[in-house]
Structures are given as C-alpha cells and as structure tokens.
Design a binder for this molecule. Structure first.
Ligand code: PLP
Length: 396
C-alpha cells in the first residue's frame, strides 16, 4: 500500500462517533441499547425551520451561495449578538460555516502555527484535541477539578502561559461537564488574554442552555473587545435548535481572521447550502418558543438524571449548570472509566462515553447526554442498578 502523509497519521476523528458505530453494530445483532453517548437532542427540528428549508428548495435556492454566507443570515446573527452580547458585529466579522466543529479548525489553522501552544480545558470537547494534534500545535492542558465544579480556573490558565502561547480555548457551558463559568472568571479570562496578547476562542455553542437557578445568564468575553481584537466566538445551531444534521454554525471574530477563515472555507467546502442558511434565518428570526420549551425540558431531565445517578451505588454526580451532559464520578465502583462504559454497554445495554475520551484528566468519570425522555433515562438507571449493586458488594 502507498504510504500515508504524516498529517494523516495524526488524525483521530471524534471517538463518540466511533462508540456510536459500535452500539449500532450491537443493535443490528438484535440487542436493545439505550443511548447516552452522543450529544444529539432527541427533539425534532422545529417545524417552522424545516418549512423554511423546504420552501427554499422549492424556490430554487439549491445553487452556490456567497462563501462567507448570505447577508440576510449574517444580519440576523448580528442582531442576535447585539441582543445577547450587547454589541453588533460588522458583517465582515461573521462567517457562516457548515457546523461549529469546522469553526474551531478554521480558527486554529488561521491563527496558530505548528509548534506553538494553545491552552485547552481538560476534560474538554474532543475536537479541540484532535484538531490541535492534526495541525501539529502543542496542547497545554488545564485540569478541571470536581472540587471547583469543573470550572476553568483563570489562575491556572495564567500560570500555563509561555512565550509560545497563541490562543486560549474556553467553553462555557462546557462539554463534557456542563460547568458554567462565573462572570468574574470570564472577565479574568479576557484580562489574561489581553495582558499576554493571545487569542481567546470562546466556544459558546451551549450559550442558550444555561439553567437559570445558577444565577448566571450567559456571559461572553466578547463583550470586552466586541470580537475586534482577540475574541473568536464559536456558535452553532446544532444543540439549541435541535439541528445537528443540518450542519450550520456562525463564527464571529476580528475581520482579518474571519476573512482568512472564509478563504479556507471557500477553498475546502465552497459555501454552506443556501437552503440550509434560509433555515438558519428562520431559526434566528422566528418564534423562540420551541427553544425555550426544549431548554425547560432539558432542565427537568437534568434534575431527574442527577437524582437517578446519585441513587446508584458507587456513583456520585454534581448538578451541571448548563448544556445537556451529566459527568458522574465512578471511582467508587473500582472500575476504570472504560471498564465502566464497556460493562454498562454489554451487560445493561446502556451506552455512555468514558471520561478519558475528553482528555487526560478525566479518568474516573463518564459522560451521559440527557437528551432523552425521563422515562428512557429511568429505564437506563434501573438497568444499571443491579450491576452496580452487585459490584459494590464484591468491591473490598
Ligand atoms: C463544545 C462543542 N463545540 C462544538 C461542537 C460542534 O457542533 P456542530 O454540530 O455544530 O459541529 C460541539 C458538538 O458536540 C460541542 O460540544
């Protein structure tokens, strides 16, 4: 066989998709699997959004679109930013992308050179690590601690900065922990980035999924520089509008960075389909009622899954403040994260993601996405209970 490039050897992909493939295989063999491994809302995309795409297709919006995105969608995104973050980005600060994942890739590829350093929360979203590895950029991991409710500690970040640091990545609410940083912590993050003159990539894909009792409305570091100096916002429709399969996201950043990211998008994917963008316009400008209902339902489900997990022998789970993930500590079971995940999959038919997928500091945890009904979740909890009860009796 012909040899592969060095870069190809560094490609890892997204491990959750690999777990999903394994579970689908078990299902094909006739086994019932309850799914908690992937961050995909079980709600359908709201019908007004689907209708907008349908009408756009019938209307012939099936050709190339401008590579940086339809002006109407960027205008709608700018309006939303002005309401939610208190400033209105110029249109050349906005880029419409096929999902949020590629925004991370485009942003890193356009701002950081191989051999330079990027600071990343660990545990963190898998793509940060995979993309950095693929690009040959050095990862500097900041461990997130359960005793700090998994919030990124700005002091730890500042200590990790070196001459080679080019960017800090932050993600609040967080995947996989559901942690929401305080306004003060976010302000500190911006100050640190400013002091050391580095980019701040703020992944805000779960911004609409903050459960209000935490007293923290979403707060973005972009409020300090209006994305003109260093802040790059990663945002997307996948989670809050239940649009994971549509592949639609919007990046906001300094115009010169966005312009280069736009050229990279143009080079690799040309543009985002115009009918998908029309759906995005409807999502941003149409009724937000379905989204608010979804968030309310996620909150009920969160309370239910946290209660359920804490009732299991050997498992303890903090209450996440945002996103739709629970990140229980399973160290008391005596199993490693991957043993726990394997046993739950093969014996209980419950698919969860082992912590170490999300970094080097995530051993002893597993992640469950609670984008499932309360009945479905309760069924999973009751399937796991006898296995854990038996295990806890046998653990010395
Ligand atoms: C923190 C975070 N950022 C970005 C993404 C990518 O989302 P998209 O489906 O829009 O590519 C995800 C998806 O799981 C995520 O959890």
């Amino acid at each position: 066989m012909k040899k592969l490039s060095k870069a190809a050897h560094r490609i890892e992909g997204q491990k959750m998709f690999q777990i999903l493939a394994k579970t689908r295989e078990l299902e094909q063999q006739g086994k019932e699997i309850l799914h908690f491994e992937l961050g995909d809302p079980d709600f359908s995309t709201p019908p007004n959004i689907t209708q907008a795409a349908y009408e756009a297709i019938l209307d012939g919006k099936t050709h190339y679109a401008p590579s940086s995105g339809l002006i109407e969608l960027r205008e709608a995104a700018a309006d939303v930013t002005s309401r939610s973050r208190g400033f209105r980005p110029d249109l050349d600060q906005l880029l419409v992308c096929p999902g949020a994942n590629v925004i991370i890739y485009y942003a890193l590829a356009c701002t950081v050179d191989p051999g330079e350093e990027v600071i990343v929360p660990d545990p963190g979203f898998v793509s940060y690590f995979s993309i950095l590895k693929y690009l040959g950029i050095n990862v500097v991991r900041i461990p997130l601690k359960e005793e700090n409710e998994f919030r990124l500690n700005p002091d730890d970040v500042e200590k990790a900065i070196t001459e080679k640091t080019r960017m800090i990545i932050m993600n609040s609410p967080s995947n996989p922990t559901g942690a929401v940083m305080t306004q003060d912590e976010i302000r500190r993050m911006y100050e640190i980035a400013e002091k050391h003159d580095v980019y701040l990539l703020s992944d805000e894909i779960y911004a609409r999924m903050i459960y209000k009792e935490s007293g923290t409305d979403h707060f973005s570091p972009s409020q300090f520089d209006h994305c003109r100096e260093r802040t790059i916002i990663v945002n997307g429709f996948s989670k809050s509008y239940a649009m994971t399969g549509w592949r639609l996201g919007v990046a906001t950043g300094p115009a010169e960075v966005i312009s280069k990211m736009g050229l990279l998008l143009e080079t690799t994917t040309s543009c985002v389909s115009p009918f998908i963008q029309k759906a995005g316009i409807e999502a941003l400008t149409g009724s937000q009622e379905p989204i608010m209902k979804m968030v309310q339902e996620f909150r009920n489900r969160r309370d239910n899954i946290v209660r359920g997990l804490n009732s299991l022998p050997g498992v303890s789970c903090l209450t996440p403040r945002g996103a739709f993930y629970a990140f229980p500590n399973i160290t008391q079971t005596g199993w490693s994260s991957s043993e726990f995940a394997d046993i739950m999959l093969s014996e209980a038919g419950v698919a969860v993601a082992p912590g170490p997928i999300f970094g080097q500091y995530a051993e002893g945890y597993v992640r469950l996405c609670y984008a499932n009904s309360i009945e479905y979740t309760n069924r999973a909890i009751e399937k796991m209970r006898p296995i854990l009860t038996e295990r806890m009796v046998s653990v010395p």
